[in-house]
Design a protein around this ligand. Structure first.
Ligand SMILES: Cc1ncc(COP(=O)(O)O)c(C=O)c1O
Length: 397
């Protein structure tokens, strides 16, 4: 039977590709995954208590857009975090994790034609792979905009040719960026929204790493957009609260865009279960655990700076929990790490697309700092050994 041709250009997802690369070879030591970005720090104790207290609600269909209490907790958090006043009824929608929302928003918001032709969706390159599949599902042409050292590891959308910008309906942004750890400044966001006004597109701002920062909280798209209809921002508890299994996130933005997203979700969405929504509301209301979580990452960033700092390809990330390390040949480096030390990292090419300007991922590996500090130290020392940096640092883990 035939399958839709529009997905035929999609490569396999990065993790099956990684298994195909590594699993034919024996690990050189006890396996340690620094591949998948799955947080392992503890989540707050009140989550289990709140789930238990709301267990009677597993038997109910959850509301599609989130309970009023959850949407109120989210709007309060947005006001505290960004000074942005959003209407919880019209400008906020709960999500079952941000991935489905990032995908569904593209379907809900991308028109069939823009200025009489097939629209484009601009995607930073490298990128979270969901964006490309969403653009193709919506019938749009994904256009990959390289985010390299030359552009501060953020895409320079203003440099896209005017013909493509005229066809652009949506632009995905990831800040803090997975995988590079770069952060969009307020001025960067403002310039993007000025471009959005000029070329009449919307911005889908993936900010799910916004709370994992080093020196200062990353500015958000919602604080920079003068016209809220230009933006939908996506946030998640997966990283902020170490709850990737809860499947709880939200999107927030212009009432028109949020209404379109809610409308499509009413037909095909998978709402977050009611006990999980109650736990999510409690998480958005609490910052103590978020501060503690950042402190755990701070220890691991310090380890990375100390162990890899002498490596020419190392750059300390501004935020998020990934290292984006330049290695020459990412696949060869990933294989060498696995065979010599049992450490799994992902070749950067698996997150990128080759463009006429080159493949911005091929020379990199992505390293997730999600394991406990002692394991992270072992992984970093293995990377230093394989890539040729000084081997070890003394001191605490
Ligand atoms: C950049 C980015 N966006 C979105 C997601 C989706 O996260 P979730 O669906 O758990 O909120 C991830 C997950 O790793 C991610 O790295």
């Amino acid at each position: 039977m035939q399958l839709p041709a529009r997905f035929s250009d999609l490569p396999d997802y990065p993790f099956p590709r990684l298994r195909a690369l590594l699993d034919a070879h024996a690990p050189g030591a006890e396996p340690l995954s620094m591949a998948i970005g799955e947080p392992t720090h503890p989540y707050p104790a009140f989550v289990a208590e709140t789930l238990a207290a709301n267990a009677h609600l597993w038997g109910r269909y959850p509301p599609n857009e989130g309970t009023p209490d959850l949407r109120a907790a989210i709007a309060d958090w947005l006001a505290r975090r960004y000074g942005a006043a959003l209407d919880p009824d019209r400008e906020v929608c709960a999500l079952n994790g941000t991935r489905e929302g990032l995908f569904g928003a593209c379907l809900a918001l991308c028109p069939e034609r823009k200025n009489g032709v097939r629209p484009t969706v601009l995607i930073p390159n490298p990128f979270y792979q969901c964006y490309a599949a969403a653009a193709l599902a919506a019938g749009a042409e994904p256009v990959y905009v390289n985010a390299t050292a030359e552009t501060g590891f953020l895409p320079d959308f203003a440099a896209v040719d005017p013909e493509t910008l005229a066809r652009t309906a949506l632009v995905y942004v990831c800040s803090p960026a997975n995988p590079q750890g770069a952060v969009a400044t307020r001025d960067w966001w403002r310039a993007l929204f000025a471009l959005a006004e000029r070329h009449d597109f919307r911005v889908l701002a993936d900010e799910c790493y916004s709370e994992i920062w080093r020196a200062a909280p990353p500015p958000g798209a919602l604080e920079a957009a003068e016209d809220r209809e230009r933006v939908v921002a996506f946030h998640s508890l997966s990283k902020r609260s170490n709850l990737p299994g809860l499947r709880a996130g939200f999107c927030a933005g212009g009432a028109g865009a949020v209404a379109a997203i809610k409308r499509l979700r009413a037909y095909g969405g998978a709402p977050c279960p009611l006990p999980a929504q109650a736990a999510a509301a409690a998480c958005w209301r609490d910052e103590t655990h978020v501060v503690e979580n950042r402190a755990l990452y701070a220890g691991k960033w310090a380890l990375a700076d100390a162990i890899l700092g002498g490596l020419p390809g190392y750059r300390a990330p501004e935020a998020g929990f990934f290292l984006w390390v330049e290695t020459g040949d990412g696949e060869a480096a990933a294989l060498a790490l696995w065979r010599a030390h049992g450490v799994r990292v992902v070749p950067g090419a698996y997150f990128a697309r080759r463009t006429p300007a080159g493949d911005p991922g091929a020379g990199f590996i992505r390293v997730a700092l999600v394991a406990p500090a002692a394991e992270t130290r072992r992984g970093l020392e293995a990377i230093a050994a394989v890539l040729g940096a000084p081997r070890s640092v003394e001191g605490e883990t």
